[in-house]
Design a binder for this molecule. Structure first.
Ligand SMILES: [Zn+2]
Length: 320
């Protein structure tokens, strides 16, 4: 098993990369981030102009290098003409790799725990320290602004234009508070820092209206970590909201029309529950601290899927 695909590694063998990508797909399924849908990709270590992701099969069933397809960053076309059919939404990945040269891995998910924050207008927050990478705001991208031509309005990122529109949401014209790019530019280059903050995303996660979420990272392990803890943060925020409303209750404020027989003329319901989320400084520092420990959960997650007979990783190990 690959020791990791962190940016500090000078070179990653293609065998290790394939084995790691298959394991990552299994982990994301095991943790409920992916079901029969969703995907993870990785940029080619020897060619920044291409990336790898599975062909059109469920993530839990990816098993061998033959299940993986190499695509061009330019237009998400197959490098090999006789490649197996792939996922329609590979444009999510190609356009993110195109816009952000330092990004090496992308996860796209329809996770049911995150979906309520994609449809309700309730902002997803970094309510736990393990999700500091969420920062103080998580954008919600609406695909409807990029519908064009005769393509179906089916919310699927099925061409370059829709993928490019999504990629812009990771670095909107104005961002405040915690910025992913600032964390990166503060790190030494040997451990993933960048001298080009303009080419770094400002957000690690973008929610997709009525659809799911996408997260980007500088390596497979980091992308998997962010995807799993995006789900965990959503679960915690949802549970805390329900618990708080049940415990603290809600107050109805308004006016009663006495002469009109006691009818309520105007009223609003005010929740007493107040969910506290990480401050800008806490989000920044929590993510800064936890990045160094990602190898620990990665080792556990690898073992969990290794001993589960559902998952079969038949990619040969590399020599390193
Ligand atoms: Zn999708």
């Amino acid at each position: 098993m690959s020791a990791g695909y962190f940016p500090r590694r000078e070179k990653v063998g293609i065998e290790d990369l394939f084995k790691g990508l298959v394991t990552a797909s299994h982990i994301l399924h095991h943790h409920g981030v992916l079901d029969a849908y969703g995907h993870i990709s990785v940029r080619s270590p020897d060619n920044a102009a291409t990336f790898w992701m599975a062909c059109n099969i469920s993530p839990a069933l990816i098993s061998t290098p033959d299940d993986l397809v190499e695509y061009t960053v330019e237009d998400a076309s197959e490098v090999e003409k006789d490649a197996k059919a792939g996922y329609i939404e590979r444009y999510i990945h190609s356009e993110i790799y195109k816009r952000f040269p330092a990004v090496n891995s992308v996860v796209h998910s329809h996770c049911s725990h995150v979906l309520p924050f994609c449809i309700s207008g309730v902002p997803l927050k970094a309510v736990i320290h393990m999700a500091g990478f969420l920062g103080t705001s998580v954008p919600v991208w609406d695909i409807s602004s990029s519908y064009s031509g005769g393509l179906p309005h089916d919310l699927l990122v099925r061409n370059k234009e829709r993928g490019a529109s999504l990629s812009v949401a990771f670095k909107p014209a104005t961002s405040t508070g915690f910025l992913y790019s600032k964390v990166r530019s503060a790190l030494p280059s040997q451990i993933g820092g960048t001298q080009e903050p303009d080419k770094e995303p400002n957000h690690a996660v973008v929610l997709m209206q009525g659809h799911g979420f996408t997260t980007l990272a500088h390596g497979i392990e980091e992308a998997v970590y962010q995807a799993i803890y995006t789900k965990e943060a959503a679960k915690a925020q949802m549970a805390a909201t329900m618990l708080g409303n049940a415990y603290f209750g809600q107050v109805v404020e308004g006016k009663v029309d006495v002469q009109g027989g006691g009818k309520i003329k105007s009223a609003s319901v005010k929740a007493n529950c107040d969910i506290k989320s990480l401050s800008d400084r806490e989000a920044h520092d929590a993510w800064d601290s936890l990045q160094a420990s990602i190898a620990r959960p990665w080792g556990l997650w690898c073992r969990e899927v290794e001993i589960n007979p559902l998952y079969r990783n038949q990619c040969p190990a590399g020599d390193d």
